[in-house]
Ligand binder design. Structure first.
Ligand code: GAL
Length: 377
């Protein structure tokens, strides 16, 4: 077990005097690396990072996964608010997407097929009749390499890298993927991606973290309030494939341009809610102002502010959760007990030339950045 006090020398413990002259000791930023297990001879680690506010996230290189994220409520009570498991074995048996990076193509590709430069590529069908989140052996299920990036006077980052071989899961081109996580003293989870290829291919990469601001496993998310700065969304067919339409949200239960309680309209008589079994749709971000999305839960007072440079976000509210998954502390992840804001390109873009392109070309790496900032009000 390695224990790094990265800022020990740079940033000594800070004593903050509040207006009431009460003393609070700010904790030092720490990082801890432990062995989580082994897969095919490759070490899997659990990396814990505690920022100067004393708030901890945990990551593993299995699937470049966010395992744990603990932040206080408005009374200062800390709780883990993201879905995860306590052991690597549980990750192998359980829901493959809790907190993981999904790729090479996040969300669905219709019929598991696409054509690039006149060549048709066939992918494994793992969500009949479609390919979901890269395929059965997607990037959520591989062991990534780890590099710790230390920056003077700044929080450290964990850089996960994975070389996805040519034709892996049926996709052309060897892709070098990087997912870099930084957990700041301002309680921001910053995720940066960089992917390059040696042959033309398609790419859509995101993180699939589920959040519940009451704490993971503490009831549903229907009482959470949500804002998404998206004037349009992409309606789907019965197989959850976008029809190609960019539909204005105005006057529909998909209008989150001003904050709405998620449960208020989820059972509305609206075809897209029936097809999606609730909210499970790509929102076309306006990308005009910040933030792109805000989640607020009044009881705990916890807030997530999300910002991204991606054109879309999949708002999924756990419609496929069925109470069979037990996570941290044996807590059960019930139906609609977690929500995801998966920043992305639009689903099935390889078959929708009218959507922003997801083609990745040699010499033109893809980069993107998403920030989830946690606070209380
Ligand atoms: C989401 C997707 C859902 C479901 C989920 C995994 O990204 O939108 O339809 O497949 O992943 O259970």
């Amino acid at each position: 077990m390695k224990h790094l006090n990265l800022k020990q020398i740079l940033i000594p413990a800070v004593i903050v005097l509040s207006a009431a002259c009460k003393q609070e000791i700010k904790e030092e930023y720490t990082m801890k690396r432990e062995i989580f297990g082994e897969i095919n001879g490759k070490k899997v680690e659990l990396i814990s990072m505690t920022n100067n506010e004393g708030n901890t996230i945990k990551l593993t290189n299995y699937g470049a996964t966010l395992v744990w994220l603990e932040v206080p409520d408005k009374d200062g009570n800390k709780e883990n608010i993201t879905f995860g498991y306590e052991t690597l074995e549980a990750y192998l048996r359980g829901d493959p997407y809790f907190g993981s990076v999904v790729g090479r193509y996040a969300n669905r590709i219709a019929g598991g097929k696409f054509t690039l430069d006149g060549v048709e590529y066939e992918l494994a069908i793992n969500n009949p009749p479609n390919t979901l989140h890269g395929g059965p052996g997607g990037w959520h299920s591989v062991v990534w390499d780890i590099e710790i990036i230390e920056k003077e006077g700044e929080e450290p980052s964990v850089k996960f890298t994975y070389i996805s071989p040519d034709m892996e899961e049926g996709y052309p081109g060897e892709v070098e993927a990087e997912a870099v996580y930084t957990w700041t003293d301002e309680n921001e989870l910053v995720i940066e991606y960089k992917c390059s290829t040696d042959k033309k291919t398609v790419l859509n990469i995101t993180n699939h973290a589920y959040f519940n601001l009451h704490g993971a496993g503490n009831g549903d998310i229907l009482d959470h309030e949500l804002m998404i700065a998206a004037g349009k969304f992409t309606p789907v067919d019965e197989n959850l494939i976008p029809t190609g339409e960019l539909r204005p949200v105005e006057g529909t239960p998909f209008d989150f341009t001003t904050p709405h309680i998620i449960g208020d309209r989820i059972e509305a008589d609206y075809e897209q809610l029936r097809l999606g079994l609730g909210y499970d749709h790509n929102f076309v971000l306006d990308n005009k102002s910040e933030p792109d999305a805000v989640v607020y839960e009044p009881e705990s007072g916890r807030v997530i502010e999300m910002n991204t440079d991606q054109p879309g976000v999949q708002f999924y509210c756990g419609n496929f959760l069925n109470g069979l998954e037990k996570g941290h502390g044996g807590k059960i992840y019930e139906y609609r007990s977690g929500l995801c804001l998966e920043t992305q390109h639009f689903p099935d873009s390889p078959n929708k030339p009218e959507f922003p392109t997801t083609v990745l070309e040699p010499g033109k790496p893809f980069t993107s950045k998403t920030v989830y900032k946690f606070s209380v009000k």
